[in-house]
Design a protein around this ligand. Structure first.
Ligand code: B1M
Length: 209
């Protein structure tokens, strides 16, 4: 019988081979792909997220865990589609116009994927117009903006304004080293997260709001 606790542990350790083998074994034994995802892969990523928040692990461990999850997802994803397992929600995340920093944004993308969101990565230097167009095109319910430069933070405000003008029903969340809750309140967005693990909590709160 496939051991989902061992699968979660393999994600926590970032052990790609074991994660892949245990995922294949669970599916071959007829276990539901949703169960493998939730009680194996996501359970492991949740532990990493909590440890990251408490500074018990750092960026390299998160990246290694995310890589193991990605490897296992390659075999799990087609089965999830076949079984009709729905993602939590669709989210579109990008680094704002003028800003090329993407390491933090990529971590947020990985953690959201790890938590069961369907994430569209919009890349870097994303204009307000592109955020709006992509939210429309993808049907994203959450749009996330990342900025690492004080000089590019105003692009978050412009993007929030562009969403208001477009009248789209999406939740906006922001983050990045110079960004604060106070700034989020000032520009009128729905959420702010100080790190990638908290971004998952905020995104879950927003889809339930
Ligand atoms: Co740049 N850079 N950089 N840089 N760079 C900083 C940000 C800087 C603080 C360095 C410094 O001067 N001490 C400074 C900004 C000063 C300021 O505005 N306050 C700076 C500068 C000035 C610049 C240039 C202007 C330098 C120049 O050319 N003169 C230039 C700008 C280019 C541009 O963007 N147009 C530039 C360029 C670069 C590189 C290309 C060399 C490289 C980026 C490579 C890349 O991203 N692919 C780079 C790097 C690596 C850094 C530092 C060293 C590291 C940033 C990083 O990746 N941190 C940085 C100094 C530092 O922080 N020590 C610096 C790790 C990452 C995991 O953290 O991105 O904060 P972070 O993400 C966190 C949270 O913030 C949060 O979750 C993440 C994980 O916990 N988070 C979100 C992020 N996005 C979120 C979104 C959310 C929620 C949470 O919801 C949607």
């Amino acid at each position: 019988m496939a051991d989902l606790k061992a699968l979660a542990d393999s994600i926590i350790k970032g052990d790609q081979k074991t994660a892949l083998d245990l995922t294949k074994k669970a599916l071959a034994e007829g276990m539901g792909p949703g169960k493998v995802l939730n009680d194996g892969l996501i359970a492991g990523m949740n532990v990493i997220g909590e440890r990251f928040k408490k500074n018990e692990v750092y960026i390299p461990e998160v990246l290694i865990a995310a890589r193991a999850m990605k490897t296992a997802m390659e075999v799990l994803e087609p089965e999830l589609v076949k079984a009709g397992v729905k993602p939590l929600a669709k989210a579109a995340i990008g680094t704002v116009q003028g800003d090329l920093h993407d390491i933090g944004k990529n971590l947020v993308v990985m953690m959201l994927k790890g938590a069961g969101f369907n994430v569209v990565d919009l890349g870097v230097d994303v204009t307000p117009q592109k955020f709006v167009e992509q939210a429309k095109a993808t049907g994203a319910k959450i749009v996330g903006m990342s900025a690492l430069l004080t000089t590019t933070m105003p692009s978050m405000e412009k993007t929030a304004q562009a969403f208001r003008e477009a009248g789209l029903n999406v939740k906006l969340m922001i983050g990045g080293a110079p960004v604060t809750q106070g700034y989020a309140d000032k520009i009128g967005v729905d959420g702010y997260a100080p790190d990638a693990a908290s971004a998952v909590d905020v995104a879950k709160r927003l889809i339930n709001a």
